[in-house]
Design a protein around this ligand. Structure first.
Ligand code: UT7
Length: 309
């Protein structure tokens, strides 16, 4: 994550908001915002730590996928920038755009390549510099998001990914949008709306609290397990109330839902891998544990997986 910490009180000094509003509605207390850091630089740092943690070299990577909607360039992709920085010259590298589900979609793509024998070792990332696509005059969105990156190495093994569910609902995509850059072509007229994030928070909230529990129930069933069998639910960190509602709908204790949103905010595609890394480094995850990962957001998109740690 970037170095700069911005608290809710810091925000209340530059806009009409308060720690009370932000923390009671969302659970967010502070977030990290990039100044010097870029989507690629944070990705490279996360990638190096993931390789070290997995005990492999960059030469062993066959595939690099970055889930991001805030790459530094339209081209080259963030994944190609990561490849170059790591010297992973045997890898094929590309980005995918699935907003907050980006890391989960990357996981599923990596799994499919590995299962079909095309590649053996993948490096997957979720990375975002959301602060550059926020409208800093819109207090209803800019206070929610943060910047950061997370990475994981995925390899073929006996255990690991037990089941996967993903979906998209493009017909409801207008509830969370960010228009592309302005067009410089003299033959066309630019749309009047600016290229910042716009969200109908309540519609996204309703989508999340219905779709996520349904997706988790489905994927847990497909893994041949019950909700009681799951030791830990690592969900996309958008709002503590969404997480509490999902826990309630699944009839699972809230203690099984670790959080990082209080100090990260919503980091879109980066939130699931950052949370996973935090709970891994805290020693919460033990071999054999059954874990659910779930991401959801813009597109609309969602993806859930059951892992055996
Ligand atoms: O990662 C993508 C997934 N995204 C999400 O999951 C987001 C899901 N949605 C949410 O988490 C919630 O809808 C929000 C946290 C975004 C908003 O909570 P809400 O309870 O739906 O609030 P609201 O939008 O209905 O706004 C309530 C009031 C409004 O004032 P009035 O009209 O009642 O006078 C807003 O103007 O809160 C006001 N408000 C604020 N006040 C202080 C909106 N933003 C702020 C703010 N500070 N930052």
């Amino acid at each position: 994550m970037p170095e700069m910490v911005v608290t809710n009180d810091d925000l209340s000094k530059i806009m009409d908001t308060s720690d009370e509003w932000i923390s009671s509605r969302t659970g967010i207390r502070e977030r990290r915002l990039a100044r010097e850091e870029t989507t690629a630089s944070m990705s490279v740092t996360a990638a190096k730590r993931a390789l070290e943690n997995a005990g492999i070299t960059a030469q062993e990577i066959d595939l690099i996928i970055v889930g991001t909607i805030t790459g530094d360039y339209v081209t080259p992709s963030t994944a190609c920038e990561v490849q170059a920085a790591l010297g992973a010259d045997k890898a094929v590298a590309f980005d995918i755009n699935a907003a907050c589900s980006g890391f989960m979609f990357a996981l599923h793509i990596a799994d499919a390549y590995i299962k079909t024998g095309v590649y053996k070792t993948a490096l997957i990332l979720g990375a975002e510099t959301l602060s550059k696509i926020m409208d800093w005059n819109d207090r209803s969105t800019c206070v929610l998001f943060g910047d950061g990156a997370g990475a994981a190495v995925v390899r073929s093994d006996e255990t690991g990914l037990l089941a996967y569910d993903q979906g998209s609902d493009g017909a409801r995509g207008t509830v969370l949008t960010c228009r592309s850059r302005e067009n410089n072509n003299p033959f066309v007229k630019n749309p009047t709306e600016p290229s910042y994030t716009h969200m109908d928070g309540q519609e996204v909230y309703k989508f999340a609290v219905t779709t996520v529990p349904a997706s988790i129930k489905k994927v847990v069933g497909e893994a041949g397990l019950t909700i009681e069998d799951i030791d830990c639910f690592a969900l996309h960190q958008a709002n503590i109330r969404i997480i509490q509602s999902v826990a309630k709908r699944l009839k699972a204790p809230e203690e099984k839902f670790p959080t990082s949103l209080d100090h990260c905010g919503n980091v879109s595609a980066a939130s699931v891998p950052i949370l996973l890394d935090e709970i891994n480094r805290k020693g919460i995850l033990k071999p054999g544990m059954k874990i659910v990962l779930s991401g959801f957001g813009g597109g609309l998109t969602w993806g859930s997986a059951v892992l055996e740690w």
